[in-house]
Design a protein around this ligand. Sequence first.
Ligand code: RIB
Length: 305
Amino acid sequence: MKIINIGSMNIDRVYEVAHFINPGETIASKNMETYVGGKGLNQSVALASAGAFVFHAGMIGDDGVILKNYLEFRGVDTRFVRTINGPSGHAVIQVDEDGENGILLYGGANQCITEAFIDEVLDYAGPDDILLLQNEISGMEYILKQASQKGIRIALNPSPIDDRLLDMPLELVTWFILNEIEGRALTGKDQPQEILEEMQLKYPGRHVVLTLGSNGVVYSKDRQYYQHGIFKVAAVDTTAAGDTFTGFFLAGVLKGLKAAECLRIASAAAALAVSKAGAAPSIPMLQEVINARLEEVPYEEIPRG
Ligand code: RIB
């Protein structure tokens, strides 16, 4: 069983700032680093780091060889990473003193995914495989429909959420891994429990994993319900924490682990990612996650506001 991730690859320029920039303001950053990132690439790296057999598919520009090389270095198969004329995707990321980030995306090559390319990639997958998607590339609707027609199960991290994605046939998705902002956009509900209930009504029988930042994570499918708290770390940079969670969670699914165990490993991996700077380079290897002695903060029901 393999996982194919058709997803973005970005060059991240990360600026350390005292606070996020306001309209009309000019501020100096304290530091700037360039990292390998993109939600797609980060999730492929997380999957491979967690021990999954993962193929990354997508487009880079003339400046993107660093992205392909990094995927290979982290054990991802890159036969479906293609180069086009023009710039790769990039992200301008502000990271504040609490480690929170604000991200501005430029799609570049990520927006050059063609139907012919999608057909070629999907021809390589079968009903035993899982297709993973985020929302930073072109061709999403075509991918969803073609993959589903071929009986390939789809996992979607609907990030970043936008109106275009909300209009797509999301009933074709088997696993939703989403945060509260995405959950609200998909359901119109505010509270985590309401979001889960509404997701089950809209998409019955699907696996729904709702990440709640420092409050932990909840999972539901039919009548099954699990929750997990967070692992305590000193926050350096939250960039790619969600991607790390997604990759480790799905790697657990591929290994046949129970949902509760997938939540635990993915939460620990995400905590380690938060404790390091950068996107892909902050993603730990499975052994680091197993060896880490992390203090667990139990999940607490969020009071209804
Ligand atoms: O999820 C973090 C990622 O979002 C960054 O690496 C950036 O490239 C954007 O895609």
